[in-house]
Design a protein around this ligand. Structure first.
Ligand SMILES: *Cc1c(COP(=O)(O)O)cnc(C)c1O
Length: 349
């Protein structure tokens, strides 16, 4: 195996093996590894006809000490179970999920990037409905698949900022809709907003679908804002600590990266607040970012609101607070800092 890790982009590299397990007659089969990347799927399968599909994303890291760490996989397993219930699919038991990830790693050890390359082994667990059914309704058969893929560093050069644009003509997810589930349908329906933004080198910031007033999240990442302490904290409503703000919404995905960063922010003495955040509040923030497994933190330099002819400027370069949080989390993933919250599972192979 000859992979030039430094040239590995942020795209899909085909692994040797994927892992699969079917669900039939109310039971999951044991996960097995196969080199066959094709499914023999009925054309009327409920995943194709009615969108019964959910997925996950998590990573394995080769640490500074040579150990392999998988970051918070149980949280991904729990979230996938919620997505499954959300789309009326059979949830994948946590232990089966863990077994499948481990098997996918064992069978593709040549694809685990060495420490120091910034590359990681990404796992894409996928759950689909396979029962043939043209009459509207959910299926009774499912397939759980884990697709591993080595991916290069999100920031091959410098840790840098991205510009975001607000789009009031496309909503990502409705309140109490499927926004809290990690399902392909949320992505398919937001491509008409994200693709034009990407074509201009930007990304999308979605607002709440009901009022178009509050920040929801980005297409594939949660939103974080940083507020500096107020100059005179003794005044009413003043705050002497740095504040980590993130939206409360019934339409956003509970990001495991965001959850981890909130914990680290508290460890660092910040005030962590989860509440409705008006778009205009961007003007009171010193830093802001998108966060998720792929990039950990993707700092925002500005947010453009074309309908209102407004530009919210944050910082041209990644700010000090987000940079600190970024390194704090990555250091834990690479075994460079103590894993005080027991987030990493060390895998011995
Ligand atoms: C996957 C995803 C995220 C990030 O979640 P992590 O667990 O941090 O990777 C955020 N928003 C959406 C819509 C997502 O699909």
């Amino acid at each position: 195996m000859n992979i030039d890790w430094s040239k590995l982009g942020f795209h899909y590299t085909e692994p040797d093996y994927i892992v699969r397990a079917g669900y039939h007659d109310g039971k999951w089969e044991e996960p097995y590894a196969t080199k066959d990347k094709f499914l023999h799927l009925h054309v009327s399968a409920t995943c194709l006809q009615y969108g019964q599909e959910a997925f996950e994303g998590l990573k394995a890291f080769r640490g500074v000490d040579g150990k392999i760490r998988i970051f918070r996989w149980r949280e991904n397993a729990k979230r996938m179970a919620k997505s499954a219930e959300g789309l009326y699919m059979a949830p994948v038991p946590e232990e089966l999920f863990g077994k499948a990830i481990r098997l996918a790693l064992e069978k593709n050890m040549d694809f685990l990037p060495p420490y120091g390359t910034g590359a990681t082994l990404y796992f894409r667990p996928l759950l689909i409905g396979t029962t043939p059914r043209l009459g509207v309704g959910p299926g009774r058969d499912f397939e759980f698949i884990v697709i591993p893929s080595p991916i290069g560093p999100y920031y091959p050069g410098k840790f840098h900022c991205t510009t975001f644009v607000v789009n009031r003509h496309v909503d990502r997810a409705a309140p109490y809709g499927t926004g809290t589930f990690k399902v392909g349908g949320n992505y398919a329906s937001s491509f008409r907003a994200t693709e034009p933004a990407h074509a201009e080198g930007m990304d999308c910031l979605f607002l709440d679908a009901k009022y178009h007033r509050y920040i929801d999240e980005c297409a594939a990442a949660n939103f974080i804002g940083i507020k500096k302490p107020t100059p005179n904290p003794s005044l009413k409503g003043g705050e002497s600590r740095i504040e980590y703000l993130t939206p409360r919404s019934s339409a956003i995905l509970p990001s495991i990266t965001n959850d981890s960063l909130m914990t680290l922010a508290k460890d660092l003495g910040m005030k962590v607040t989860r509440r409705h955040i008006r778009l205009e509040e961007l003007s009171e923030m010193s830093e802001a970012a998108a966060c998720g497994t792929a990039a950990v933190i993707s700092p925002i330099d500005k947010v453009i609101d074309p309908e209102n002819n407004r530009i919210y400027r944050l910082s041209d370069e990644p700010g000090p607070v987000l940079t600190k949080l970024y390194h704090a989390l990555k250091d834990i993933q690479y075994g460079q800092a103590e894993d005080r919250h027991h987030w990493c599972e060390v895998i011995e192979i």
